[in-house]
Design a protein around this ligand. Structure first.
Ligand code: IVH
Length: 661
């Protein structure tokens, strides 16, 4: 073959494979078998191997991720990624319609209805037609850079049909078929299965190793181009499609709210036939000039709403009731069910909340029960079908002793939550450590539930603080722990010492103190020493901290073992100071900042994200464009260069003081 022929052959194969993939991933049509596809793919791979100079940018082989990151960097969205208000009934939809028409002072209005794909929101930027970056929604203002992972998704073009600069928003999802295959494989490998396609999609996009994302067969639909100049949402979709972006074709223009309701009813009945999960319908005002007039609230556009399908209820059999001891000692009854599929997920467990719920339902093992589940909510048992009860069944009796440590359970009057108050209870301790190491707490990578259980059972650790005296020898004695994983784990334990105060407070596992409350408490007390002295009156006064949470904090601090834990944490160096971030502007706003040397109080990434929060651009090398150089310990050539260029130099302490405001 001549070089031109080879070029043509490669071009044809790429074109053909991309067309088949588009049909498969976007339109759910298989035009050829998997084996035929693989043959063509291998042929292309071979040609590319022999003629690497002829590899095309849009070749399917180039999607297979080969980038492994140590962590995701944070990205500030140019336009915030908002959410949608929710409606649950026809009445609420009619109110929405009337409100809009009255604001606009018009009688008739055209809506566009779209399927609400149940996945995770992403923002993708194209420059000159090329995919250059992609980010998750995050908190709406700052997301995570998932460019490498997004590039592995077949339905998302790496190159558009036109050389435009655009940012698009859409939903990444896992088709049901891929979800089933993935979970089957995970079961075979004895890995935990994903509860539903949404969790699986979200877990797959947040993989640091893009090779893993590539294997997960994710797909995506784009539902808008940001700041584009189409005059209707429908045109926005049509033009997105023209650029080659995957657009869901099931949208419909509705000329009044009754047509919207018909569309909703149709999809409520037919959603099970779709190859992916939807969790509702999005209703948008079609005309962009009307959208602009209606504007936004802090959180969502006033010109759109989502209709959530009614919760699904199904009956199944109660096989058993297991008791789970939480990290705070609360003993929760968990119903073990004959597995069923409900709202798109497999359910085999449901919470029974507390002893009052059990008593109210008069539940017996073997009963047929009604399970309810919607969206994110943990499935729960709402009813027992007493007519189907087996003869001789006896109501379940809540035990008097802890299932884990056998100490007597505490039943307080008027309090439906039963507690195990043994501080050394095995299950409680393990759960405390798991919570402490979890991602939203001190984020100790490589220390999963299994490792913690094994360390505890082998008596290597007996509490949180023991994590910090682990050594390589301890770890190497564990199953499936090699030299490299042990070193990595010890490093992540060491790195966890530099966590922000809100994370450390959250990690303590105080009852009722979630991430949000931990943040508010961190702002108020600024460090752990002050927190130890917290008073009920002060806590109650904090906005968004309720009476119950305030009491939980005081109760936590009243136990010596808890204050000892705080003292021990401080002693080993976990003693962060809270940085005030209420103000969104300071001297770093719109400035170019470089970090150098080893920072002692904050991690590189924390510092970077603090700076980015204030609108700074953090770069890696010192140039004439650099405004500030922040120096930790052991600085090198960057400091020299900054001095040469007369750039302002700050120590880590200066930096922290500026951040404190
Ligand atoms: S429009 C300002 N259209 O639903 C937000 N959102 O709470 C405009 N979603 O996670 C969003 N399908 O990613 C829109 N056809 C669709 C959608 C859709 C799914 C997701 C979105 C976000 C959530 C909105």
């Amino acid at each position: 073959m001549s070089s031109n022929e080879i070029k043509q052959e490669i071009y044809n194969l790429v074109d053909l494979l991309n067309k088949y993939s588009y049909k498969y991933y976007v339109e759910d049509i298989s035009e050829i078998t998997d084996t035929q596809y693989d043959l063509l793919y291998k042929k292309l791979e071979k040609l590319e191997e022999d003629f690497p100079e002829l590899i095309l940018k849009n070749s399917p082989t180039q999607r297979v991720g080969d980038v492994t990151l140590s962590e995701f960097s944070k990205v500030r969205h140019t336009t915030p990624m908002l959410s949608l208000s929710n409606t649950f009934s026809k009445e609420e939809l009619k109110d929405f319609d009337n409100r809009i028409k009255s604001t606009l002072n018009i009688k008739y209005l055209t809506y566009i209805c779209e399927l609400k794909i149940d996945g995770l929101a992403v923002s993708i930027t194209y420059k000159n037609g090329d995919l250059v970056s992609a980010a998750t929604r995050g908190d709406g203002t700052i997301g995570e850079d998932v460019t490498e992972n997004i590039k592995t998704i077949f339905s998302i073009p790496k190159e558009l049909n036109s050389k435009v600069d655009i940012e698009v928003r859409g939903e990444v999802y896992l088709p049901r078929k891929s979800f089933e295959i993935l979970n089957k494989k995970r079961l075979e490998n004895k890995e935990p299965v994903f509860a539903n396609p949404r969790n699986a999609a979200s877990g797959s996009i947040r993989q640091l190793d893009s090779k893993i994302t590539a294997q997960r067969k994710l797909s995506a639909f784009i539902y808008s181009m940001v700041n584009s100049n189409e005059s209707t949402q429908e045109d926005n979709l049509i033009n997105s499609k023209k650029y080659g972006l995957p657009v869901n074709e099931n949208y419909k223009i509705c000329n009044n709210i009754n047509e919207v309701i018909e569309y909703i009813e149709y999809w409520d009945k037919n959603k099970a036939n779709l190859p992916y999960d939807i969790d509702g319908i999005v209703i948008k005002v079609n005309d962009v000039s009307y959208q602009e007039k209606l504007g936004y609230t802090q959180k969502s556009p006033k010109w759109a709403t989502s209709f959530k399908f009614p919760e699904e209820e199904l009956a199944t059999k109660l096989l058993d009731i297991e008791l789970s001891v939480g990290r705070t000692g609360v003993v929760t009854p968990v119903a073990i069910l004959e597995p069923l599929t409900i709202s798109g997920s497999t359910v085999s467990k449901a919470t029974l909340h507390n002893k009052d719920v059990i008593e109210e339902l008069e539940i017996c093992i073997g009963d047929t029960v009604v399970v309810k589940k919607a969206g994110e909510i943990i499935p729960k048992i709402t009813k027992v079908i007493k007519e189907l009860r087996l003869p001789n069944s006896k109501p379940y009796k809540f035990p008097d002793y802890c299932p884990s440590c056998n100490s007597k359970l505490i039943w307080e009057k008027e309090n439906p939550f039963v507690k195990c108050e043994n501080f050394d209870c095995k299950e409680q301790t393990i759960k405390k450590i798991i919570h402490f190491a979890s991602r939203d707490a001190l984020n100790i990578e490589g220390l999963g539930d299994k490792q913690i259980i094994s360390l505890y059972e082998n008596k290597i650790i007996s509490g949180i603080i023991d994590l910090y005296s682990l050594n390589k020898e301890n770890l190497l004695n564990m199953d499936r722990m090699g030299e490299k994983s042990a070193t990595n784990l010890l490093n992540s334990i060491e790195n966890s010492k530099i966590s922000s105060l809100d994370k450390v407070i959250y990690a303590l596992g105080i009852l009722n103190v979630g991430k949000k409350a931990a943040n508010i408490i961190a702002k108020k007390y600024e460090n752990l020493t002050n927190l130890k002295e917290a008073k009920l009156e002060e806590l109650i006064e904090l906005e968004d901290i309720g009476h119950i949470t305030a009491l939980s904090v005081i109760e936590f601090l009243s136990y010596k073992k808890n204050t000892d834990l705080i003292d021990n944490l401080i002693e080993i160096g976990i003693n962060p100071t809270h940085l005030h971030q209420d103000k969104k502007e300071n001297i770093f706003t719109n400035k170019v900042v470089v970090l150098t040397g080893k920072l002692t109080k904050l991690t590189r990434n924390e510092s970077k994200s603090y700076l980015e929060n204030f609108g700074a651009k953090v770069t890696s090398s010192v140039t004439s464009k650099t405004d500030y150089l922040i120096c930790g310990e052991k600085t090198g050539s960057k400091l020299e260069k900054a001095n040469e260029l007369n750039i302002k130099i700050l120590t880590e302490e200066d930096f922290i003081n500026i951040m404190k405001g």
